[in-house]
Design a protein around this ligand. Structure first.
Ligand code: FAD
Ligand code: MEZ
Length: 594
């Protein structure tokens, strides 16, 4: 039967608009078409004019209001999807698709049961980079055509590394275009929780924390099993305080300083009160990029770095989700595409024991940058080193930050017993959890830990943190031996009082667990960080298989290898991406000026 929202093929053709099958009753385009034709959403009857869908989103907002206004009308809804914790300005079309089923972007990490208009189930089917660069007529046509844009530098990826590079390059006088394949800014960076490591900062000094470059270097090398590239570690550590200053100069708050696994002192910087670091840093960088009028293109996948006959970078081939293939002319490119933790095929090929593991990562962490860079001649290193984060919430599918342990939580098994130094490096903590019954464990803490870290409120809001005033009752409700749990916590509190953990030699014992209510989160390890990647030198220049610099090609952040060796320390990635992102941006700008 023909519904009011279904157009016939003939009617579609007569109107000179999109073909009928994409305007069915079960998608938004069909619905809106019935209210006034394609022009209801598009300025051009046939195509969106840009991949950000700028015009289309303005149309949504002109009728429905912006994100904040829609959220305002949903105050009684539990977890309003429009009260997003995501940074930037998530566009309506990030979730509401016109010609396909709409999917809630949040469900790429969570699983909410929203009643979404014309909604479908979250799934991601993305052609591989290799499939996209295989000879095909659209690609050939785009490469033969004039470039659609010309700039000095193309930055691929809008995570922390990409945005740092873009802002730094702009401030050195270069014109920059940022390409982002997702509809949203921020990559994995926007999810970062625990903080950013840096040594010898003003924030540490204000809190009387004694640290040194040598100590941060030693911790980083030890955590990385001493296979890190020492020249890259020197840059990471040596620039860490300057990177904190750079971010605070741009408007960031990094005044809270805590401890992460494998660190000898408190050096993990995050916003006051212990809010998540990543969304804040991305918002600051994104605002700064916008203030500088940097052109950020969403839904824009970089598929190929184009080089001239002399092997020098000439531009980037893009596959726009709505505008198809085109190329941008540029003299330099910064690859800042992040890691591949969300691509379990790639992960398990490199480390078979991680097959089928869940991941903490955002959906775009598939490893495109490795293929793009490799096809352009880049060498790779340490790809086989892939890290699991010990504490993914079993109920919520969200990573529970290491800062919860750093601020005092303990880990127990179903027998109610501790089994590991909770703030050891995460490879050791993950291995220890996988040895427990059910391959899960429980984070146990009290109100004093809760109130020390704002981030915990987020997990409570998500409903993944069972609580009880009685430790015994809490344990029993979770299938933990409650009587034993009480004994374990009492013994742990004695260690806090004496300053010595006689069982597992935990080096920081910040507080006793004896205030207010108790909390338990069931956790299990999940793929988290990919240590290996594109080979770079200490100027963020990409090296080829012959060890020589590829002219005009820079890389920064999780796409690169060598900084973290075999195992990254918690808090060192944000430091890495900001420092190497800035370096890549500044050096790319210098390169194009030469
Ligand atoms: P990303 O932030 O992932 O950005 C890369 C961007 O490139 C993405 O937006 C991606 O979509 C885009 N992209 C990929 N391919 C293409 C393409 N072909 N074309 C265009 N765009 C493309 N580290 C810490 O130090 N401290 C923490 O507290 C911390 N917490 C974390 C919590 C979670 C849940 C996760 C997942 C990671 C955490 N990390 C933390 C690690 C850290 O967040 C990441 O390693 C880091 O943010 C990576 O930054 P990046 O800029 O290199 O990549
Ligand atoms: O560096 C990280 O990945 C990190 C600190 C994560 C976290 O537990 O917050």
């Amino acid at each position: 039967m023909k519904t009011p929202f279904t157009l016939s093929l003939a009617a579609g053709l007569v109107a000179g608009v999109l073909a009928a099958p994409t305007l069915a009753a079960d998608n938004l385009a069909g619905f809106h078409n019935d209210m006034g034709g394609c022009q209801n959403c598009h300025s051009d009857a046939n195509h969106p004019t840009d991949d950000n869908l700028t015009f289309e989103n303005e149309q949504c907002q002109s009728c429905h209001g912006d994100l904040a206004e829609v959220a305002e009308s949903e105050q009684n809804v539990e977890h309003s999807p429009h009260l997003s914790h995501l940074p930037g300005e998530p566009a309506c079309t990030s979730c509401h698709s016109g010609h396909e089923k709409s999917v809630v972007y949040c469900d790429s990490c969570h699983s909410f049961e929203y009643d979404m208009p014309f909604g479908g189930k979250w799934e991601r089917q993305e052609p591989s980079i290799d499939a996209l660069v295989k000879a095909n007529s659209d690609r050939e046509k785009a490469l033969k055509a004039a470039p659609r844009a010309t700039t000095d530098i193309v930055v691929i990826g809008s995570g922390g590394a990409g945005l740092s590079a873009a802002v730094a390059a702009h401030d050195k006088g270069a014109k920059v275009i940022v390409l982002e394949k997702e509809p949203l800014v921020g990559g994995n960076t926007k999810l970062a929780a625990g903080g950013m490591n840096a040594a010898m900062t003003q924030q540490q000094k204000a809190k009387g924390i004694e640290d040194s470059l040598a100590l941060m270097t030693e911790d980083t090398m030890k955590g990385g099993r001493n296979i890190n590239d020492p020249a890259l570690v020197e840059v990471l550590v040596g620039h860490s305080a300057a990177s904190v200053d750079w971010l605070t100069g741009l408007g960031a708050d990094l005044n809270d300083v805590g401890r992460m696994g494998g660190a000898s002192v408190n050096r993990t910087h995050r916003p006051t009160g212990g809010a998540g670091v990543g969304a804040h840093v991305v918002q600051v960088l994104y605002d700064n990029a916008n203030q500088r009028d940097i052109d950020i293109r969403f839904n824009s996948r970089a598929v190929e770095i184009i080089k001239d006959e002399a092997g020098q970078v000439k531009g980037v081939l893009v596959n726009g989700a709505h505008t198809g293939y085109y190329w941008i002319k540029a003299e330099a490119v910064v690859v800042a595409t992040g890691g591949f933790g969300r691509n379990n095929d790639r992960v398990s090929e490199l480390d078979p024991k991680l097959k089928g593991f869940a991941a903490t990562n955002h959906p775009g962490a598939t490893g495109d940058g490795l293929d793009v860079a490799k096809n352009a001649g880049a060498a790779m290193q340490d790809l086989e080193y892939i890290q699991a984060h010990p504490t993914l919430s079993v109920a919520g599918g969200v990573m529970v930050t290491e800062a919860v342990r750093g601020n005092g939580a303990i880990l127990v098994n179903r027998d109610g017993k501790r089994f590991v130094n909770e703030i050891t490096t995460r490879d050791k903590a993950s291995a220890a959890i996988l040895e427990q019954e059910g391959k899960t464990a429980f984070l146990i803490f009290d109100d004093s830990v809760r109130h020390s870290l704002k981030k915990i409120e987020r997990y409570i809001e998500l409903g993944v943190v069972p609580t009880n005033a009685s430790l015994k009752a809490l344990g029993e409700a979770q299938g933990i031996d409650g009587a034993e749990l009480e004994k374990t916590v009492a013994r742990y509190n004695e260690f806090v009082a004496s300053g010595q953990d006689a069982d597992f030699a935990r080096p920081n014992l910040p507080r006793s667990l004896n205030q207010g209510s108790f909390y338990a989160i069931e956790v299990t390890p999940a793929v988290h960080h990919t240590m290996g990647g594109v080979k770079i030198d200490n100027q963020s220049e990409v090296l080829g298989d012959d060890g020589k610099v590829i002219k005009g090609m820079f890389a920064a952040g999780e796409v690169s290898g060598g900084v973290h060796g075999a195992n990254r320390l918690g808090g060192n990635a944000i430091s890495d991406i900001v420092t190497f992102g800035r370096l890549a941006g500044e050096n790319a700008a210098k390169f194009v000026k030469q």
